[in-house]
Design a protein around this ligand. Structure first.
Ligand code: CAA
Length: 248
């Protein structure tokens, strides 16, 4: 379907809310899907649930904020699968707090996991994609990298940084059949969003013109489209999926 059959797809943080939907969608489309994880017991349980739903997803342990971990993962996947064709940089965390209260730990953890990781992981697979003359890098950014968000100087900086990376790498790889794009989801109904205090969350939902949170499957569908042949002319783009909460 749409040229995805047999392609190798790596989803960082694939065991999370949006990540799970991306893994399921790409597996359904015929990709060999691999997800990174951090917590082994949780990941094994997740893998069993995915299998029960008919989705075959392989697991690899990797702290994406560590270049050495990513190098080891790259060596392993390049040897075992002959490279990664489709890379989804999806791993992300929040450590919200107003800037006046923000600690260096909160700042560094969010920058390392959400942005430095994009360098660490992509660096392992880009030569393979360029060598094959085909590849897809899809960076899961955020509405809050586009508009900013009270309490998220760290997260918004990282997410805006991801798209800067997207635009630059897209220019470097366009002639070799490798597209690089960002997706900027709005507020999606995942554990990350449900962790926001209920009153604050309700105020946010009230600002979404379609009147609801997004669904992880709505982001996964966009990922599958960008990964496919039909999207070969789209590169360096930042595609919003936010229910109309931010336009422009
Ligand atoms: N704009 C302006 N002022 C605001 C405000 C806003 N949006 N929100 C709160 N304030 C004000 C309050 O009214 C209060 O004012 P007073 O001191 O005058 O009473 C003050 O700011 C509160 O400041 P505090 O430093 O005490 O903040 P807090 O500890 O109560 O809460 C926060 C801070 C935890 C960051 C909270 O504002 C919050 O949870 N905000 C939402 C953050 C958010 O959207 N996170 C997204 C997570 S999901 C995600 O990131 C996925 C994705 O990609 C979309």
């Amino acid at each position: 379907m749409n040229g995805l059959d047999g392609k190798v797809a790596l989803v960082t943080g694939g065991t999370g809310g949006i990540g799970s939907a991306i893994c399921a969608r790409l597996a359904q489309a015929g990709c060999k899907v691999v997800s990174t994880y951090m917590d082994e017991a949780q990941a094994n349980e997740w893998q069993a649930r995915m299998a029960a739903a008919g989705h075959d997803v392989a697991l690899i342990r990797c702290d994406v904020s560590s270049f050495d971990d990513c190098k080891a993962m790259g060596d392993k996947l390049n040897a075992e699968f002959g490279g990664v064709d489709i890379l989804i940089n999806n791993a992300g965390i929040t450590k919200d707090g107003t800037f006046r209260k923000m600690t260096p730990e909160q700042w560094n953890a969010v920058l390392d996991v959400n942005l430095v990781s994009v360098f660490n992981v992509t660096r392992q697979f880009i030569d393979g994609m360029l060598g094959k003359g085909w590849g897809r890098v899809i960076n899961i950014s955020s509405i809050n990298g586009q508009k900013g968000q009270f309490g998220q100087t760290n997260y918004s900086a990282a997410k805006a940084g991801m798209h800067g990376f997207t635009m630059s790498l897209a220019q470097e790889t366009a002639r070799k059949g490798v597209t690089v794009n960002s997706i900027s989801p709005g507020y999606i109904g995942t554990d990350m969003v449900m962790a926001i205090a209920e009153d604050v969350r309700n105020q946010i939902i009230a600002q979404i013109p379609v009147g609801r949170l997004g669904k992880p499957e709505e982001i996964a569908a966009l990922v599958a489209f960008l990964a496919g042949e039909d999207a070969a002319f789209i590169t360096g783009a930042n595609i919003a999926a936010n229910g109309g909460q931010h336009m422009g």
